[in-house]
Design a protein around this ligand. Sequence first.
Ligand code: FAD
Length: 243
Amino acid sequence: MKIVKNRILKNQFVSEGVYRISVEADTQVKPGQFFMLKTLDNSFLLPRPLSVNDVNGNTVSFLYRVEGKGTKKISTLHEGEELQLFGPLGNGFDINDLKGTVAVVGGGMGVAPILYLVKLLGQKAEVYLGYKDSANMYICQEFKNISEKVVVVTEDGSFGEKGLVTDYVPYNKYTSVVACGPEIMMRKIAEHCTENEIQCYVSLERRMACGMGVCLGCNVETKAGNKKACKDGPVFSGEEIIW
Ligand SMILES: Cc1cc2nc3c(=O)[nH]c(=O)nc-3n(C[C@H](O)[C@H](O)[C@H](O)COP(=O)(O)OP(=O)(O)OC[C@H]3O[C@@H](n4cnc5c(N)ncnc54)[C@H](O)[C@@H]3O)c2cc1C
């Protein structure tokens, strides 16, 4: 893990308020890991955590939504400029631990970290994507390009199935379920899996300042005591979380 200045290869508009930035990064990355990103002009002090969305050779991509000052600044960067990256950080998903066919569930921006996971799982993955509406959907086609089964659900039914993605997963068909998205979605999935003894992993999001376990800003309450989302996670067993 190191802090390096990386050349930006692309910073593309994906949909309203959502962009994907690709940078050169010569490093081994596990799906579910993240980097801390900072611009070189110091226009914001603390680096911002973004999950790895995809890896292609020496290119690492991040899919991000503009939320505030940091992500807005990142969205203005151009190809050829540099960005400071610190990582990869966090535990990521352990592909070898995921047995049988895996239901991979993403909700909203939570689809970002699961693309690379699905890519590595190949035909072992069946994908369920939940979005608010068709105007706020991203990278569905990329999931369809790498997975035979992709179910898309929008809350208002403007694309795909109508309702909540959690209602479209036939949980008992699977040995493992992986989820990333709004906390309420992950909680619902984790509780169902625990009751039915299905292996479940969730990727949690917490505000974090350092990304390496020093600032203690990203506490996660678990049955084994307090843990840090940045260092012990962001991937946790759904069963161990006190929701
Ligand atoms: C491990 C990890 C991985 C992440 N991966 C992604 C990703 O792949 N794509 C993506 O779009 N976002 C991701 N996020 C969230 C992203 O880090 C925040 O949206 C970003 O830091 C906001 O910074 P800002 O300066 O733009 O906004 P700020 O001005 O700092 O905040 C704007 C708004 O975002 C909220 N916010 C800020 N940080 C977080 C956070 N960490 N969690 C929840 N809400 C926050 C604030 O409460 C505020 O409402 C991830 C967060 C973590 C902890």
